[in-house]
Design a protein around this ligand. Structure first.
Ligand SMILES: [Zn+2]
Length: 455
């Protein structure tokens, strides 16, 4: 099957070009003026941008977090993803108590197999660290698992890693080709907060329990360790100007990157002060003054824009007594809104916005996930995951999830229309909807091995 996409403005290596694009055998075959090429199917992309399929680098689906089960299954999450141009979903698998990491991974793969509308890649969260565990982590790398997630907080949940532990792992695995993804909030600062006198019926007080200083200190500490041990580091959901600036200032010293999420750009602590403010509880919390952070990200400071999609069921999010907001599960859905809000960062300049999506939602996350040889760019030989995007569609409200979870961005609308989404060269979405009731065709991915692995 040969599919020709004509008349679009195609995002290439940092620029846009009006050109045709031929897809064959699930891969991009050719770019250029292809008037004479015979194709089985022709897609007219006039007035549209043709972009690499988007990647959400940070999502939580079909998993238990604390005592609550998330609202999205692999089926529902990958459906809202694909409908919005996200062709690869990166999500987490966490080693549970009395379980090996590999067992947890097998369970997650079984849940996703045959039910995923887009491709899925897992980041791994180990929670035990004996020498045998570390040897097993090394053994997972040739199998295509290249990213490990660690947390500098959450002792009660059993996923906390101390700076000493992180240094030990950087030292043991820093040369292995693994990239460490770290949730940075310093637990010492959080535990030292004096809660007497705090009104815990007010969700806005979360900013006092998890202050900006906690994020900034943890970023400083892990950055220093990563540089010392030459370890690739990606800091997840950065929410502060100071944290972002510190990472940018140290970029030249090591393989450092970071992401931020739409909630830290488009929402602020005033949402927590609403009557239903508990619905916007997440960690790190929504911050007070978002304008300077938004300016920094609009300048391109963050390598990756991702959601930290973490949809709790409405009954669980709303089920607290109103006495102590610490009992509300922390997390927000965002998946289906990601491309729309990323676009709005640069909506005053559509070409800039299109290139911004190609960079921050495709090329950069593909590289950080170890998928850069297959995904994230429109070059001959790459997977034909691509999006035909019309910036001038009808205005519609955002839908972060199809699951029963409170909408994070209900006050926002978008005119971006996903005219076509191709997965592995096959048209799967037309005007924002799956083309038919179809068997999910997403693949369970493993990242490419790197030359470092033999070391
Ligand atoms: Zn997360």
């Amino acid at each position: 099957m040969r599919t020709l996409i004509r008349n679009g403005r195609v995002a290439l290596d940092g620029y846009l070009q009006s050109t045709d694009l031929l897809v064959e055998g699930g891969r991009i075959a050719e770019l250029g003026t292809l008037d004479e090429v015979a194709a089985d199917r022709v897609i007219d992309a006039a007035g549209c941008y043709v972009l690499p399929g988007f990647i959400d680098f940070h999502t939580h689906v079909d998993d238990q977090i604390g005592s609550y089960y998330l609202a999205d299954t692999y089926e529902s999450a990958t459906r809202v993803a694909l409908e919005n141009g996200i062709t690869t979903l990166c999500t987490f698998v966490t080693q549970g108590p009395d379980q090996s990491l590999l067992q947890a991974l097998e369970i997650a793969r079984a849940k996703a197999q045959g039910r995923s509308h887009c491709d899925v890649l897992w980041h791994l969260t180990p929670t035990t660290f004996t020498p045998e565990d570390i040897a097993r982590l090394r053994a997972l790398i040739p199998g295509g698992y290249r990213t490990l997630k660690l947390y500098t907080t959450y002792k009660a949940a059993g996923i906390f890693a101390s700076y000493d532990r992180i240094e030990e792992l950087f030292s043991a695995l820093g040369d292995s080709g693994i990239r460490f993804l770290i949730h940075c909030e310093d637990d010492g600062i959080i535990e030292a907060v004096d809660t007497t006198g705090l009104d815990l019926s007010k969700p806005a007080a979360i900013g006092l329990l998890r202050p900006e200083a906690a994020e900034v200190l943890a970023i400083r500490r892990v950055t220093e360790l990563a540089i010392t041990h030459c370890t690739p580091l990606h800091v997840v959901h950065v929410s502060t100007v100071e944290g972002a600036n510190h990472l940018m200032a140290n970029r030249a010293c090591g393989d450092l990157s970071f992401e931020t999420c739409p909630q830290y750009l488009f929402l602020d602590a005033s949402w927590l002060a609403r009557a239903d403010g508990h619905r916007w509880l997440c960690t790190p919390p929504l911050r007070g003054n978002r304008a300077p952070f938004l300016d920094l990200i609009r300048q391109g400071a963050a390598d990756v824009l991702a959601t930290d999609h973490c949809p709790f069921c409405t009954r669980d999010k709303d089920g607290w007594s109103g006495q102590d907001f610490r009992t509300v599960p922390n997390g927000l859905p965002g998946l289906g809104s990601l491309p729309h809000l990323a676009w709005q960062l640069w909506a005053d300049n559509p070409d800039r916005a299109a290139l911004g999506l190609a960079t921050h939602l495709a090329e950069n996350p593909a590289r950080r996930a170890g998928l850069g040889e297959r995904k994230g760019a429109l070059r001959p030989g790459m997977d034909a995951d691509l999006v035909v995007l019309d910036p001038n569609g009808p205005e519609r409200p955002l839908h972060s999830t199809h699951a029963d979870s409170p909408e994070t961005f209900g006050d926002f609308t978008s005119t971006l229309a996903l005219r076509h989404v191709l997965l592995q060269g096959e048209p799967r979405v037309r005007d924002g909807r799956l083309t038919e009731a179809q068997t999910p065709t997403g693949r369970l991915l493993q990242a490419a091995p790197t030359t470092l692995i033999s070391a």
